[in-house]
Design a protein around this ligand. Structure first.
Ligand code: HEM
Length: 445
């Protein structure tokens, strides 16, 4: 699946456990595991720790005929949505459960967090077999009876342990293998790495650390929390606005920069946004959607104003947007004052995990009439996607788009959709004049 989606295959959380497109090949699967986890900002060490630690406990379920299951969850009746695959004939519990179709546990003691995953994976040779449900899975060629895990519901029975293709990737891929060898030599290091990666996996969508509550919040600042120092409020808003107004920057430059700085915000995990002014750092500074050459000129002006006045660059970027809106409204005959709250901070490069910002790169921005290249999805869908990621309502999306067209913030200064003769004035011309060019024909782009 295309970036920036997390899974590489539709309908799966990570990768196909039987192999890429269902064909077992651990080296190929390793590449997809790497890509999938990189999209979640996990490096190789975190990925290996999570996979090994996660599969130290629990089991796969495929002890029965997969054809006897009812339709997949998306195709089920509404009352059964979200309950997984229906399993009416086999009962669906304990040893009769069929979910992934793979059957068995990874370790000798699947209810204990121990080093059993590595002991079995690296202590045996594995061969490809089929589960009772017909799924590809790896089983040990030779294993002592006492090393086999017991049945999930009958401890008197023992079964072969299993590995998915993704588990085999941890042994076969040279980089994952070296990491696993380090974990095996130092179990404490493995536990600590797993604990930290698990905390990251389960907390990275909570947003800034200031939102955490309770006695267990770690004191340590973690880079994936996108730390931002508090910004100053001890400066004169009026002085900063005056400096911006006298800077000679255009309305388009000021609005575009404020917008570009804010539009990375994702309501889904509260990353990105104007706070931190990361637009002036790598990689955002170079993102094509930010028009790097224009951005560099604008930022040079803002950085000077920030240095002279004590305001953060993040505040100056937002205030400049307000200055531009007030000016454009005035030109249209309206005296408005855009409310403003001080105190954004400026993050540094050291506080920024540059690699993990790559998935935040806007690939399309309907508000500025731009997309990086042609995608499988239509520009309209990408516009809706961006609007919902930013937390905008339908009316907010529409009014912002119409306003930005007449303010002249199209990418590269194009004139598509600029339905006005008085660009730079904040008017409702976009909504009044859409038919000024006659009829529109769909071009498919
Ligand atoms: C590398 C990519 C991964 C793949 C391909 C994968 C695949 C699977 C599959 C096929 C199952 C069996 C589901 C079933 O039949 O019920 C499973 C179960 C499980 N996975 Fe993963 N997994 C991956 C990564 C992870 C990670 C990162 C964690 C957690 C840190 C994790 C934790 C678990 C646990 C605890 C179970 C057992 C659930 C149970 O006992 O019902 N897995 N995984």
């Amino acid at each position: 699946m295309e970036n920036p989606l997390s899974a590489v295959q539709m309908g799966l959380i990570y990768v196909n456990p039987e192999g890429v497109n269902g064909v077992p090949d651990p080296l190929k699967t390793a590449q997809q595991v790497r890509e999938t986890f990189a999209r979640m900002a996990m490096n190789d060490e975190e990925t290996a720790a999570l996979t090994a630690g996660g599969h130290t406990v629990g089991k796969c379920h495929g002890n029965g005929d997969a054809a006897a299951l009812s339709a997949e969850p998306e195709a089920s009746d509404v009352e059964n949505q979200g309950f997984g695959w229906g399993n009416p004939t086999m009962g669906g519990k304990a040893s009769n459960a069929v979910t992934s179709g793979i059957e068995g546990a990874w370790t000798t003691n699947p209810t204990k967090f121990d080093m059993g995953y590595f002991d079995l994976l690296f202590g045996h040779e594995w061969e490809l077999r089929k589960s009772p449900a017909g799924a590809h899975q790896w089983e040990p060629i030779d294993i002592k009876e006492e090393d086999k895990p017991v049945d999930a519901s009958d401890p008197s029975i023992r079964h072969n342990p299993i590995m998915t293709d993704a588990d085999m990737a941890m042994k076969v891929d040279p980089t994952y293998r070296a990491i696993c060898e380090k974990f095996m030599a130092d179990p404490e290091y493995f536990k600590k790495t797993f604990a930290k990666a698990w905390f990251k996996l389960t907390h990275r969508d909570l947003g800034p650390k200031s939102r955490y509550i309770g006695p267990e919040v770690p004191a340590e600042d973690l880079i994936w929390q996108d730390p931002i120092p508090a910004g100053s409020t001890d400066y004169s808003e009026e002085v900063v606005k005056q400096r911006i107004a006298e800077s000679g920057l255009s309305i388009s430059d000021m609005v575009s920069t404020a917008w570009d700085s804010a539009r990375t915000y994702r309501g889904s995990d509260m990353r990105g946004g104007a706070n931190g002014a990361r637009i002036r750092l790598a990689p955002q500074r170079q993102w094509e959607g930010n028009e790097p050459a224009r951005l560099a000129d604008v930022l040079a002006v803002y950085e000077q104003i920030a240095a002279d006045t004590g305001a953060s660059v993040a505040d100056v970027i937002v205030l400049a947007g307000s200055v531009a809106i007030e000016k454009a409204a005035k030109a249209a005959g309206y005296d408005v004052r855009v409310p403003f709250l001080k105190g954004r901070g400026d993050a540094t490069a050291e506080m920024t995990d540059a690699d993990s910002f790559a998935p935040l790169e806007p690939l399309a921005d309907g508000f500025r009439n731009w997309q990086k290249k042609e995608y499988v999805v239509k520009p309209e869908e990408l516009l809706l996607d961006r609007a919902q990621l930013m937390g905008l309502t339908g009316p907010e999306m529409v009014v912002l788009l119409g306003g930005m067209r007449v303010l002249g913030t199209n990418y590269g200064g194009t004139k598509h959709g600029v339905f006005t003769d008085r660009e730079g004035q904040l008017t409702n011309d976009f909504f009044v004049n859409p038919d000024r060019h006659g009829q529109y024909l769909e071009t498919g782009r």
